[in-house]
Structure formats: C-alpha cells, structure tokens
Design a protein around this ligand. Sequence first.
Ligand code: FBP
Length: 272
Amino acid sequence: MFPVDDTPLTRDGKMVILAYDHGIEHGPADFEDVPERADPEPVFEAATHPAVTSFAVQKGLAEAYYPSYEDDVDLLMKLNGTSNLWMGEPDTAVNCSVEYAREIGASSVGFTIYAGANNEIGMAEEFREAQESAREHDMPVVMWGYPRGQGVKNASKPAVITYSARLGLELGADVTKIKYPGSQEAMEDAVRMSAKSKIVMSGGSKTTDREFLEDVKATMNAGGDGVAVGRNVWQRDDPEQILDALEQVVFEDATVDTALSNTGAEGPTADE
Ligand code: FBP
C-alpha cells in the first residue's frame, strides 16, 4: 500500500482537503451569494489555514495562482472535470496529466469516477493510467467517488455510497471521497468496505455550522479520515472560523459543542 501517511496530503493520517473546483463543476452559480469568492485569491488565502492539509483545484487555477502560494499550500491537482453545461450522461474530461501536475508543484492528484454512468468503463481506464503514473511519481491518488448516471437510481442510498468506497480500494485509490451516507452506522460500513484505503467525507452544499460539523464528527467516529470540503468553507462569511472548528473536530477529537464554543462558530441550529 502506498505510504500516504508520509505525504503532505495527510497530517497524523488525517485530512482536511479544501476543494475549489466548483467554477468548472457548477459554474458561476456557486459564487452568486458570495461574489467576492469568484476571485481565487481569497480562497487560496483560506487554504493557508493550518487545518488545511491540501488544496484541490483544476490546472488553470494552479497555473495562475499556485506560484504565489507554493510555500504555504499543498497542492492536490484535480485531473478531470466537466462543466454543468454538459447535458449528456455523467462523464468527465481529463484536463491535466500527472506529469504536468507534478511540474506545477502538486504533491497529489484527484480523479472523479461516476460509477454507474454509461462511460464508467472509459473513466476507469483513464483512472488506471493516472493511478499508475501517480505511482511512478510517488504521488497519492484521491478518488472523487460519485456514483451517478443511468445505472444509479438513488445516488444517496447508503449501499450505493458504500459501493463507491469499495471501488476506491479496488481501483487503487489511496483516499476515496464519498458523500455522507446519512448516519454514522452507514459511514462505518463504507469505512469497513474501503479497508486500507482512506475515506474522506464530501462537504456538500452549504448547511449550518452545526449540521456540517455533526456529519464530520460522525465520519471521524466511524473511522473515517477527514473531509474534502468546498462550499461549506468558502461560501461562508468567515472561512477561517469554520476551519478553526474543523481543526478541532478532525485533528483534536473535539466534540461539536466544544469546537463551536471554542471558535465562536455557533451558527443557528437546524430548527432555527
Ligand atoms: P463541496 O464540499 O462543495 O460539495 O465540494 C466537494 C466537491 O466534490 C467538489 O470538489 C466538486 O466540485 C463538487 O463537490 C461536486 O459536487 P456535485 O456532487 O454537486 O457535482
């Protein structure tokens, strides 16, 4: 097994990956409520927070901004991605090679596979090439495990999410990023299925501080290894505050209440 714990992707074997590839995946809609975050600069700044183990972006942002941040930010290059304007079956284009990611300064790479889509086979074959190339360069591989497409009736079903956790292990991902399957028990199943491959929870659309941290805490309690989060950090008014709280929950085993009161990040509860 690749020694992912000895790489900058992890700290004490755990991860807070800050994701900012939404401009390609979702488009300008994700910046509507936070127009200032369409500018990559403040989000690169947020990635310098000590809680963030790696920052996941596409090639264009890395080329344009990473040179100013290479001393303070660890780069996870997302190798594939497709716009929301694409109306076919879920599929994704390979936009960057592992070699070029390394050249720009990435220490790890990320790759989406839409299991259940008509082109699952093509994506898995592209993944093979990237995974083997990453091995040659001693770079960890994070799989964005997002089952969707014709073969998937309900992408939120725990059994489907657990299957994608297993897929990560079987295809040679060091870390598989999965949606939160709805409960700690379901996350325990996913963690069990991923065996030696690590699991991080995908942040999802913006919720309250408490709801988000509760899911992260349940993931850690289930034996998960951290979080890969975008909107729940950079769509907030104060990304630093939620990153302070994440630091406590992921790396210091704090309860959600403790993290919220220590950081002043107490947002409204779900019923308020
Ligand atoms: P979020 O925490 O904002 O969900 O970001 C994680 C992420 O995987 C991004 O890397 C990616 O752009 C997005 O979610 C994909 O989301 P969706 O499942 O809506 O396509």
